[in-house]
Design a protein around this ligand. Sequence first.
Ligand code: 5AD
Ligand code: SF4
Length: 478
Amino acid sequence: MDNQNYNKPILKNARKRTKNETSVLDYVPTAFDSLLGEGKLYCIQTHGCQANVADSEKIKGLLESQGFVETNIEEIADLIIINTCAIRENAEKKVFGELGRYKSMKLKKPELIVAVGGCMPQEEVVVEKLLKTYKQVDIIFGTHNLHKLLDYLQVAIKEKRRVVEVLSVEGEIVEDLPSARDSRFKAWVNIMFGCDEFCTYCIVPYTRGKERSRHPEHILSEVQSLIDQGYKEITLLGQNVNSYGLDFESREYRFSDLLNDLHKMDIPRIRFTTSHPKDFSTEIIDVLSLGGNLMPYIHLPVQSGSNKILKAMNRKYTKESYLKTVQEIRDKIPSISLTTDIIVGFPGETEEDFIETLDLVEKAGFEGAYTFVFSPRSGTPAANFDDSTPNEEKKKRLYRLNKIVNEGFKNGNLRFLDQMVEVLVEGPSKTNPNMLSGYTKHNKLVHFKGDSKLIGSLTSLQIVEAKTWSLTGEEYHG
Ligand code: 5AD
Ligand code: SF4
């Protein structure tokens, strides 16, 4: 495939923000002479966060609208798509490893199309590397233009040309994209795209662009259609859902208003992720305290317990204000289950700073946490901060932190021992196919023996055992 008309990302442009409200477009499918995917199989790999999982469902929806059929066997696929994550170096290494494997597959099957999308192509360094050393990649596209994927496929399949199309600045919000959802009873619902926070370690504001909120009427009508299809649970998605609506020029409608409207709808369970502590307002807590279909579970990433490190991270809150928010949440929603994200080994983090983090973890009473060692991301401010802590020391801190976090996880499970809980049954347990599994309102994983007819239903279970990572339940027979 030859080299022409490449559109590569420019990090400097990705950093820019305008005040203008984003316009909204309805998706208009391109009319092709014949179905692009007739008789063809595709295989998709999804890395990273829920935003990517939701994007992959849209990619699948687009492909299936053109007759492609999904397979999970790479060897028989005509099209392989990798939806990538850029958040840490490890995630990127995995993708480059996989691409190595496709090189030999393509030698055996030259008509195989390999496409790389998602967050990695939004990085200048990645696209340069792909163009230089990964000639097996036919299509490189980013997060802002996945709705154009079919057009790129047309060029790659019919014209046998390589396509590199990565936009650095986000475009319109595209509504009505087809989506092939993975589950028949749990659905992701994007409420906003992008992030304007610019935490100094984070690549997301560059890869996903400016914060853009979907209009409430579009969100509410998507949720109504999910209800009509029998969905039981929705998870509202955004990098910082608490700042939903701040970008509207012509209306005053915030996250608490959205939760309030959704609370009145006939969907049994509503979750949301991810929240930023600085924007977790009293209005939001008050709506959540209405309970009902608003689940008593909040993921509230704290990142560090040291005020010095929080400042260097540009998090815009302190340990004290975070704990105050937690207290307000606990006062108004006493049964709340809280989880968090924590980064250890941020540049300049001393033993004293780390102890502050351990102290905060104890005080906040988290029932789970995703913990990471700081990974420098090229183009972010923190990648240039002085960092003298040896890697070995960072790993030790991660180990010490995880020990405390795991205790919190276990305590969170223990409080449901001997209680009745409601579980949304998802399917056979991943660890034991003779058991079913699902999640409680508080987002606790439960395994139990039951009839597969229960899959997709809300079932009451008695908890008979609490382990660190899961609960064991039994159907209650009075
Ligand atoms: N290094 C390590 N962890 C990171 N995260 C984001 N950027 C980095 C990075 N450069 C973590 C944060 C965030 C989660 C999704 O990933 O904890 O909340
Ligand atoms: Fe990254 Fe911070 Fe935005 Fe979260 S809020 S996506 S950590 S920049």
